[in-house]
Design a protein around this ligand. Structure first.
Ligand code: G6P
Ligand code: MG
Length: 220
């Protein structure tokens, strides 16, 4: 029986995946590296420094910067990203998400957040959903391995006091879906069939996410 939902944040609960993309694209441009949306799919769910490494590799510049310079570049990206998220309010919940969170709460379904983003706590406060995730946000700084490793989703289940098979994970990133699957949970992928083909259940849009549908699919 499903007793918990473990959410990714960026691109599932709110559209910050777009802001990550815009901020990385702007940094890449300064470094004379081309990046498009197709390449960006690889960055979803991946930590800040890992994303930077992938971008530098993509531009054949992986040996051009010292560790210190890379930290500085990541900081620049984060500063631009933080400008975007400054404006986030409750209205920026993606369609269907507020309803899903409410339904889950009413039914006593546990909810945890499994986001690699260090900006996650700030974003959920601005979205005014932080109380729903009180004490159930996995701290990405505590992880030994990021997505696609299952650690982050397993920690989410542990915080909820649930077994992995009692949880559903929701993701918009390929690496995230792999992480959920490796954790032994039912995976819900938000996005195109092509990007989400490894998910157990795919929706094109968060609008389609109702508790009923998710539970029916997971408990089949
Ligand atoms: C999420 C996003 C990634 C982002 C990562 C780290 O996983 O999908 O695009 O790079 O979080 O976010 P941060 O806010 O810590 O830079
Ligand atoms: Mg995401």
């Amino acid at each position: 029986m499903i007793k918990g939902l473990i959410f990714d944040l960026d691109g599932v609960i709110t559209d910050t995946a777009e802001y990550h993309y815009l901020a990385w694209k702007s940094l890449a441009k300064k470094l004379d590296i081309e990046m498009d949306r197709a390449f960006n799919e690889q960055l979803k769910g991946i930590s800040r420094m890992e994303s930077l490494d992938l971008i530098l590799k993509h531009g054949n510049k992986e040996n051009d910067y010292t560790e210190e310079e890379k930290q500085e570049l990541a900081t620049q990206k984060n500063e631009e990203y933080q400008h975007y998220i400054e404006e986030i309010t409750h209205d920026d919940l993606l369609p269907g998400i507020e309803r899903l969170l409410k339904e889950a709460k009413e039914k006593g379904i546990g909810m945890a957040l499994a986001s690699a983003s260090k900006n996650g706590p700030k974003i959920i406060r601005q979205l005014e959903i932080d109380e729903l995730f009180d004490g159930t946000v996995v701290d990405p700084a505590s992880l030994r391995a990021g997505k696609p490793d299952p650690e982050i989703f397993l920690k989410g289940a542990e915080i909820l006091g649930l077994k992995p098979e009692e949880c559903v994970g929701l993701e918009d990133a390929e690496a995230g879906v792999e992480s959920i699957n490796a954790a032994g949970m039912f995976s819900v992928g938000v996005g195109s069939e092509a990007a989400m083909h490894k998910a157990d259940y795919i929706v094109k849009d968060t609008k389609e996410l109702t508790l009923d549908r998710i539970l029916k699919a997971a408990e089949k």
